[in-house]
Design a protein around this ligand. Structure first.
Ligand code: KG4
Ligand code: ZN
Length: 343
């Protein structure tokens, strides 16, 4: 089954074509992502209105580019999968409307996909042997959460009580005068720094539960910046490294605790922050020490893309799920709920 996936929940317009059949790994035939870095850079963050306008400009070309790269036409498709939420409503609606219109024109079945189900599907694309039950650590610009992925609906085990970890990376980048997008910039600056230079808290590690908190860590960085007055390049590198270490240490420790307390053997780390090298290294070390398997998608499948949406959607389509033209976008929706699939 050739499935077109469309993802436009935030500031990436993406389209992909996958080939899926029951009982064998999904094959990604093409994956095209068009970012909006230049659109948002002057503002230091994503401006929702500009994001949706740029998606409107880009959507048709990105879908055509994905079909061309997959060497197929709209006539050869057998299904369409689009991100229905969560995300920026205006952005979501562009991909969703385009996907529904294409499905209608071609007489194809169409399904809405939860954005986080897409991120988790990226791990299954990277490691076809990854079968439930496993622990899913979702770390992105909008989410920081641990899920037990089983045969039935995902169970949330812990989540951030305030900022997402990717949001903290982005805000710390601003505090350090680093360019948008912040996560990769902080990570690159940290390579030249000493992660023990600035003592920073490891929030929520004293808390016995599996929740996270990142707003206090961001405030601790802003106080350290203020205490220094002006920042030398060495200060920026040390602050970036110290922040990155604090932010990722908590993710590793809480994941270890969740793996042990839920008796799980496999962990999937997904979302944009899963591209972070220190997180990958430290989690791999913890996995080796504790004896569990840690799966990380390649960086291109960690940040937003449509291959993950097409893969998650293809599974739904193969199970016979169909969402009609009334399929709508939802800005906030828990992973365990898919309100668009209600009759
Ligand atoms: O999954 P994603 O592309 O979009 C959302 O669903 O939010 O994640 C984007 C987030 C941003 O906050 C970005 O700064 C962060 O992922 N990010 C990183 C890295 N690459 C992207 N954070 C830390 N290190 C990275 N290498
Ligand atoms: Zn995402």
């Amino acid at each position: 089954m050739l499935v077109l996936g469309i993802e436009s929940s935030c500031d990436e317009m993406a389209a992909a074509v996958v080939d899926a059949a029951p009982g064998r790994p999904i094959d990604v035939r093409a994956s095209v992502v068009e970012g909006q870095t230049e659109v948002h850079r002057p503002y230091g963050g994503v401006v929702p209105e500009l994001a949706s306008r740029d998606h409107l400009r880009a959507v048709s070309g990105v879908v055509t580019a994905a079909l061309d790269a997959a060497d197929c036409t709209a006539e050869a498709l057998q299904g369409v999968a689009v991100t229905a939420g969560p995300g920026l409503l205006g952005s979501l609606l562009v991909g969703l409307s385009f996907g529904k219109a294409l499905a209608y024109r071609q007489g194809l079945p169409c399904v809405g996909v939860h954005h986080l189900a897409g991120h988790l599907a990226a791990a299954e694309l990277a490691e076809p042997d990854l079968q439930p039950p496993y622990l899913g650590l979702v770390v992105s610009g909008g989410h920081t959460a641990l899920y037990r992925i089983g045969e039935s609906a995902p169970e949330i085990l812990g989540e951030t009580r305030d900022d997402a970890v990717g949001e903290a990376f982005d805000k710390v980048a601003k505090l350090l005068g680093l360019p948008y997008p912040g996560g990769p910039a902080v990570s690159a600056a940290a390579d030249a720094g000493d992660e023990r230079a600035v003592p920073l808290p490891r929030p929520m590690l004293d808390d016995p539960g599996l929740d996270f908190s990142y707003s206090g860590l961001k405030t601790a960085v802003s106080l350290a910046v203020a205490a220094r007055g002006s920042l030398s390049p060495g200060d920026v590198a040390d602050l970036a490294a110290s922040f990155q270490a604090a932010a990722t240490d908590v993710l590793v420790e809480k994941s270890r605790r969740a793996m042990a307390s839920h008796g799980l053997a496999r962990l999937a780390v997904v979302g944009g922050v899963a591209a972070n090298r220190r997180l990958r290294e430290q989690m791999a070390r913890a996995a080796a020490d504790d004896g569990f398997a840690a799966v990380f998608p390649p960086a291109s499948l960690c940040t937003d893309n449509a291959a993950m949406i097409a893969a998650a959607g293809a599974r739904l389509l193969l199970q016979g799920e169909r969402h009609g033209l009334s399929l709508s976008a939802f800005s906030r929706v828990p992973l365990a709920e898919r309100p668009w699939s209600a009759p």
